[in-house]
Write a protein that binds this ligand. Structure first.
Ligand code: SF4
Ligand code: SF4
Length: 290
């Protein structure tokens, strides 16, 4: 089984559009994992129907049992995050300010404080209108630990792909180079970089490549909207060659991509004749990339 992770150093390069187009081409061979859990959007195109939903717990926050609290104020004095305040005759924790350090739990003379794990999101396994399965997740607003949730999505995807005897897992990774991206890359066989010719995308691409090299996995690249700045596209191509990264395709700026997303479609559904040969070629090249 080969795991291909589609990532971009910055958001807005068209990564999810590429994943959706490749998923349409390869729907019989793949299982898709949406690891962009902070801003998941593949579901808008795949229209998933969950067959399995699991709560995701991560991190702790303090809670005060008012029936035990004697309002001594020790916990509030010790909390370095100013997360505990008196309310009436007792003290209460402001959940958004609590960092879950656990100090208050240990100093309370009444054992009034507990540190329950927080339910911060859901992980889903779904059938999609493409025919392939999608493993995806939803993180609660403001919840952290998205890297841990990405790891869960990937594990679920791997198990399911093995059970279904799928040859490929296509992962839509997060933008940036933070914890969720590191988690997306962990255990992958190939990184598919989707970039665009702008100074910020070029800079982020180079930062991302430094991270990928630590995982010692090969990479291939698509320059999206390549014609909006031919000079930077040329610079990126030179850099790819120097770094030994396979250049897979230069896609032109085309309003089909926006129109397809607005309609909740992959670009192949929007204009099959034009885009099927392009993405078929990219998919075949990806399969050959070692
Ligand atoms: S330390 Fe315990 S008893 Fe004292 S105010 Fe805090 S929760 Fe209440
Ligand atoms: S767990 Fe730490 S941050 Fe949260 S309320 Fe207690 S002392 Fe403050």
């Amino acid at each position: 089984m080969k795991e291909i992770v589609c990532i971009s150093g910055k958001g807005g390069t068209g990564k999810s559009s590429v994943v959706a187009a490749l998923s349409w081409i390869a729907k019989d061979e793949i299982l898709v994992a949406d690891c962009d859990v902070d801003a998941a959007d593949l579901h808008l195109i795949f229209a998933p129907e969950p067959e399995k939903s699991e709560e995701f717990y991560s991190g702790i926050k303090a809670e005060i049992d008012p029936s035990r609290c004697i309002a001594c104020g020790i916990c509030a004095a010790k909390c370095r995050f100013d997360a505990i305040h008196p309310v009436g005759n007792v003290y209460q924790v402001k959940p958004l300010d609590c960092e879950g350090c656990g100090y208050c739990f240990h100093v309370c003379p009444q054992n009034a404080i507990s540190l329950p794990e927080q339910m911060v999101g859901h992980c889903f396994t779904s059938n999609t209108r493409f025919g392939c399965k999608l493993v995806h997740a939803k993180l609660k607003i403001g919840a952290d630990n998205s890297g841990k949730l990405v790891a869960k999505v990937k594990n679920e995807a791997k198990q399911l792909a093995a059970a279904l005897e799928k040859e490929y897992i296509l992962v839509d990774g997060s933008p940036g180079i933070g914890c969720p991206v590191i988690s997306s890359l962990s255990g992958a066989n190939l990184a598919l970089l989707v970039t665009e010719p702008s100074l910020s995308a070029q800079s982020d691409l180079e930062r991302l490549w430094k991270l990928i090299q630590k995982f010692q996995i090969p990479a291939a690249c698509i320059i999206n909207k390549a014609d909006i700045n031919p000079n930077i596209s040329h610079e990126i191509k030179k850099w790819l060659k120097k770094e030994g990264i396979r250049m897979l395709a230069e896609l032109p700026y085309d309003e089909d991509f926006q129109a397809a997303i607005v309609n909740g479609n992959s670009v192949l559904e929007y204009n099959y004749t034009k885009w099927q040969p392009v993405f078929e070629k990219i998919w075949q090249a990806l399969k050959e990339t070692k």
